[in-house]
Design a protein around this ligand. Sequence first.
Ligand SMILES: [Zn+2]
Length: 539
Amino acid sequence: MAKYDNNFTDQLRERLSIVDVVQRHVPLTRKGENYWGCCPFHNEKTPSFSVREDKGFYHCFGCGKSGDIISFTMEMEHIDFMAAITELAEMAGIPLPEIKQKSQEQIAAEETYITITTDAAKIYAEKLFTPDGAHALEYIRGRGFTDEMIKKYGIGYAPKNNIISNKFVNTKQDKLIATGLVRRGEYGMYDFFRDKLMFPIFNARGQIVAFSGRSLDGSEPKYINTTDTEMFHKRQTLFGFNFARENIHRANRAIIVEGQIDAIQMQCNGFGETVAPLGTALTEDHIAILCKANRNIIFCFDGDGAGQKAAARACGIVLPFLRDNSDVRFAFVTGGKDPDEILRKSGKSEMDKIINNSMPLVDFLWKITNTNYLVSTPSGKTQAEKFLKSQLEKITDKTLRAEYEHEYDSRKFNEWHKWKKKSEQISIDVPDIELTTKNTLNFIVNKYPELAERYGDFISSFNIDFDTNVPDMNLGFESAEKYLISLKLQKYLEKLTIDRKQLIADALKNNNPDSIKEIDDKIKVAKEKLERLLDTNDR
Ligand SMILES: [Zn+2]
């Protein structure tokens, strides 16, 4: 990466007042030596963000953030060092100096590299429309690619023969090898990509730095990419980012899909802010690149098990990048196997639905915790707690982490103690069988046939439909039995109460207070039993 010498950054710091730079985003008030305002990096109502004009730095006594005009601009606007320098130079009205030069040799090597890859892309693109490439063209058109899309993304065909090594016969072998397009074998130079549908891979500046080739004869792996070179690092490259960057800014979010064809289809169907990793799992570098562009990220994974797994992994990777201004969500493709299929079969509106139904990170992390651990048991609960803790520890913003912890504490209390909550709900004042009761009975019948047998007459008296598609009620065997007993008692009480009413009505006519006392005693006994039963669940 290009570097400015320290003289220039010093010049910027001299020229610009940090108060002016900060004031563009945060109102400040002067108190003594310092200026004060509400910190833009954490949530607060009373100012603890101090700016020292003469020293040229800021410090937040709330969250500990500190720095100078450059770090402030980078962090505030989510831009990288170069972008911040450029912006501040403009504000200061001083021209950017010449970038400290890379060695002439290095620049020349990079130029040659880009020339070769660009020329190679042209050769591949032409080949696609020759008889040699007919099967490749047929394939890509079959995937809904128009000629316009083929042209925009520079899609081509690498033939079976050594087209690159032959065409570049006058180029130095080492320079060719450096691009990864050609290798040196026992019998001379040979092409790396052969009989492949070719997707150029662009860097952020829009230069072709590598290729991704898709096999056309069904052979595995489906995709092979240029192996890493001086100018291409797979783990740091997001497919489609060069096309998406402007749209990410405009849409104020980025969408990450799993495959490059998905990314192209998304970009061409109204989701210009979409990118994809290159046949690898997502890396921290990928997230870092995106976070510089925008902190609102929607991960869009296939709805299958592999997609769920990849999403869980992505969740772990994105946590350190969370800030209080990030909105990270997880969307899962259902009703089709991937975004490509959804878009071609059902169009943008269906994809919109999937994106709009995306799950916020706070819910997704909760979901995977509850899916992966048996939280109805003490040991499962402990494992789940440990897992959650290990995940939350990754959040670097302390205030934000505390918010997450707080949120999950309340969820743990409300959801992991379902049984306790439910028994409180079974108040003797609720006479009718309601949905939770139905669901619980359904769950018990399906999960514990033994209990279904033992309490069969009672359960069947509810006259409900039993099917296998029941929500998981997180109820252990013992709790389930207690539930049944308390429900039985409750129903018994209801019956007694009705009988009592009838008795009172009769008593008015016949004067029979003894039977009322009798039934009152029965109610008292039943109530005590029920209370004892509910009591034991609290322990
Ligand atoms: Zn702060």
